[in-house]
Design a binder for this molecule. Structure first.
Ligand code: AKG
Ligand code: FE2
Length: 333
């Protein structure tokens, strides 16, 4: 984390077009709009907005540094999630996600995000504050998990709103306030935004044919924020259709566009397919991988109408869209 974001000059764009980052995913310096920044210099926002839109309309992914979410909060949440995932299966089951809610534990292989593959080799703890009852938090087993998760959820909410606002600026959308107000209920009301701590355990001896850590998919909502630990595996489809690594870069957050935002922007911004493969080396297969994903969604009743007035897609409410997507691909069983 940069303790002194104000000291940055013009924002350099790093298209990282080299062997170290063959994904061509740009790394942007978010310090002009960092959550740590009190007074915002409007003049510095426009170049950042332009760079964001440039990245989102090509590869659909960026890394942001100097975003202002404290690294200590992210690592604390990872640690507490580790403690939760290390609990015996029968204890974790008490906190299983109920069928009618999004909050709670999701066991290994329970989900598949693509029909072409068996269940993903991952488990998750979903955080969706309006769906969380006290019974669905492991407060005796892992005290502080709730508090850290909710704090991180709220930081992710704040950062997502800043990113969405900059996107609207970069796209020259007239009604920026309208777009933001359609995300006003994140974490508090009828809004599908969800944070997930994800754990990909060491790879078992026997894996099913085609089984990987997370199958090829696009995200559903507006934007996704992703914190990776130091274990590689995420791959993103580039403009040529090839999957290329999006390796962990310390103190950055990965941000990508979701399907609803692509639809909203009449395909100007790209919701790019991505996946998490199994490690190739013997050593790698013994190592667990962790990530934290925050899926920012519009309010359920927000009507998603093409922002450019093109009517390329018929209007749909975010709630209806989410329902269609979840029933199509969510559960294995
Ligand atoms: O764990 C990761 O790196 C990616 C997870 C992901 O893409 C998702 O949960 O939608
Ligand atoms: Fe994803």
């Amino acid at each position: 984390m940069d303790p002194n974001p104000q000291e940055h000059g013009p924002i350099p764009i790093n298209w990282a077009d080299d062997a170290e980052d063959p994904g061509h995913i740009p790394i942007l310096d978010f310090s002009p709009y960092s959550l740590l920044k009190g007074a915002v210099d409007e003049d510095q926002l426009q170049p950042l907005a332009t760079q964001l839109v440039q990245a989102f309309s090509t590869v659909g992914f960026v890394y942001l540094r100097n975003h202002g979410i404290p690294a200590a909060l992210v690592s604390r949440t990872f640690e507490l999630a580790d403690k939760f995932f290390a609990l015996p299966e029968e204890v974790k089951t008490k906190f299983s996600r109920p069928a009618d809610k999004s909050h709670g534990w999701v066991c290994l292989e329970r989900e598949r995000v693509t029909m072409e593959r068996p269940g993903d080799l991952k488990e998750a703890f979903n955080v969706r504050p309006p769906h969380a009852t006290e019974k669905l938090w492991p407060n005796e087993e892992v005290p502080e998990f709730q508090q850290a998760s909710l704090q991180l959820y709220d930081k992710c909410r704040q950062l997502s709103l800043r990113i969405i606002e900059l996107m609207a600026r970069g796209l020259n959308i007239q009604d920026k306030a309208g777009l933001l107000s359609m995300h006003s209920m994140i974490g508090t009301g009828p809004n599908g935004s969800l944070m997930r701590t994800l754990r990909y355990p060491p790879v078992p001896e026997q894996v099913k044919e085609g089984q990987i850590r997370c199958g090829e998919h696009t995200d559903y909502g507006s934007i996704t924020l992703l914190f990776q630990d130091n274990v590689a595996g995420l791959e993103v489809q580039n403009c040529d259709g090839e999957y290329v690594p999006a390796p962990p870069i310390p103190n950055t957050v990965v941000v990508n566009i979701g399907d609803l935002m692509q639809r909203w922007t009449s395909d100007k911004l790209k919701s790019t397919s991505h996946r998490v493969l199994l490690p190739e080396t013997e050593e790698g297969r013994k190592t667990a991988r962790r990530s934290i994903a925050f899926f920012a969604h519009p309010n359920m009743d927000a009507v998603i109408t093409c922002l450019d007035g093109s009517n390329k897609y018929p209007p749909i409410t975010a709630g209806e869209y989410l329902k269609q997507r979840l029933t199509a691909t969510y559960d294995v069983s």
